[in-house]
Design a binder for this molecule. Sequence first.
Ligand SMILES: *Cc1c(COP(=O)(O)O)cnc(C)c1O
Length: 331
Amino acid sequence: MRRFEDDFARYCGARHGVGVGNGLDALRLILEGHGIGPDDEVIVPAHTFIATWLSVTAVGAMPVPVDADEKTMNIDSERVERSITPRTRAIIAVHLYGQPAPMDKLRALADHHGLFLLEDAAQAHGARWRGARVGGLGDAAAFSFYPGKNLGALGDAGMVVCNDAELAARIRRLRNYGAEEKYHHDCIGGNSRLDELQAAFLNEKLRVLDGWNGRRRVCAAIYEDALRDIPGLLLPMVGSGALPVWHQYVIRVEQRDALADWLERNDIGHGIHYPMPPHLSPAYRDHYQGFDLPVSEALAASVLSLPMGPHLGIEQQRRVIDAMLGFIAHV
Ligand SMILES: *Cc1c(COP(=O)(O)O)cnc(C)c1O
């Protein structure tokens, strides 16, 4: 496991890698390792997978949602500052769908307000921001190697990546019963191991990650080319400085549910990431009455993910494109 920790950290351009059980644990252990807890606030994107929020709640802190940027669907950096209060301790930058968040603006805000900048890179292994790979851009980063991610294990796995040796050592203890050395329990920890078998498997797959991300880029370019002139269809937009790895290829369309039905009937796989923002979900809605997050709510109603992956063949992609053109002709 040590080898995969070192190799993956190096791949990200960071000094330390600490393998853990899954991506949610990676996020949670970073927050805990940094000492974030009750009475603290953490800025999160309103439009993200709920795990981002759950990590904050798990350490007893309060997720403070910031609306999405209409173009990139990532956190709107222009709106972050007005959500900062004296209790704010950290910002979680999610590289959603594989596209890096606007890290230079978030870094400047974090520095100006003395905040910790955490990357949720669960969807973005290998993505680049101004030439540098994600994972080495913030104060620490959380990765998931869940099977469906760009770098996926055969089961659950995750990793914390950072440059701070002390933070890495604290997280090593927290993931291992509070002990760095066997039976020397320095703090109250838990058990969140990265399985050795998964680590060995991931190390093999790490060698082909860039090639597979390249395949995803080709698929994205083919969609872009075939679908860009269709009225009523909004294709993904890439912010300047971002080199995405297309974890998902997410389009926006007003008649989303009708399109989803159409694809279903034509036997074309698709997904909706995500149908409900965390602040409207039963898990959180009682605490977020009156929050105004119109972009995120509109995204939840209009996003649709087309088939995407390194093994998606040109014939399969042709079928998806034909079905899309068929839908447009039909409505
Ligand atoms: C998958 C994912 C996680 C959680 O990772 P798990 O390994 O499933 O716990 C966290 N954040 C984002 C953005 C994800 O996509």
